[in-house]
Design a protein around this ligand. Structure first.
Ligand SMILES: [Zn+2]
Ligand SMILES: [Zn+2]
Length: 137
């Protein structure tokens, strides 16, 4: 049986991987996306952390938590320009869950999400806003 590295807390485990596809899409157009393979225990932890942002499960759309309409970083109201968080998970194989959230472009994502995306914790707030990757000429 294969031994997988878990994307959430970086340890190795045996058994079936659960899959998560998190993404942050910034107003600048910059996108951070990952395919994360998690052990069952850490998928359960992730589902709990992302719980307020659950938008649809196998049964269809779910009633959004009031928190889902506020910034994931600072919990304040977000006006028209925002960074979007999308995540699809397959916690137990086939059953799919979709998550959605918003952030102020200058706000940091929660630590669990930055960790999952591999976004540098030392990145300054606002990194990526209005800075598309430069093409060398
Ligand atoms: Zn794990
Ligand atoms: Zn904010």
């Amino acid at each position: 049986m294969a031994i997988f590295p878990c994307s959430f807390r970086t340890h190795r485990y045996r058994g079936k991987a659960a899959h998560a596809y998190p993404a942050l899409i910034r107003p600048s157009g910059r996108e951070d996306r990952r395919h994360s393979r998690l052990c069952a225990a850490h998928m359960a932890e992730l589902e709990e952390l992302a719980g307020p942002y659950l938008a649809a499960d196998a049964a269809g759309e779910v009633e959004p938590s009031p928190r889902a309409t506020l910034c994931m970083g600072c919990s304040r109201f977000v006006d028209e320009v925002f960074t979007q968080f999308f995540m699809t998970t397959f916690p137990g194989g086939d059953e799919r869950r979709d998550y959605w959230g918003i952030l102020h472009p200058a706000c940091r994502a929660p630590a669990w999400l930055e960790g999952l995306l591999g976004v540098s914790p030392s990145a300054r707030p606002g990194d990526g806003v209005g800075h598309l990757p430069q093409e060398s000429t």
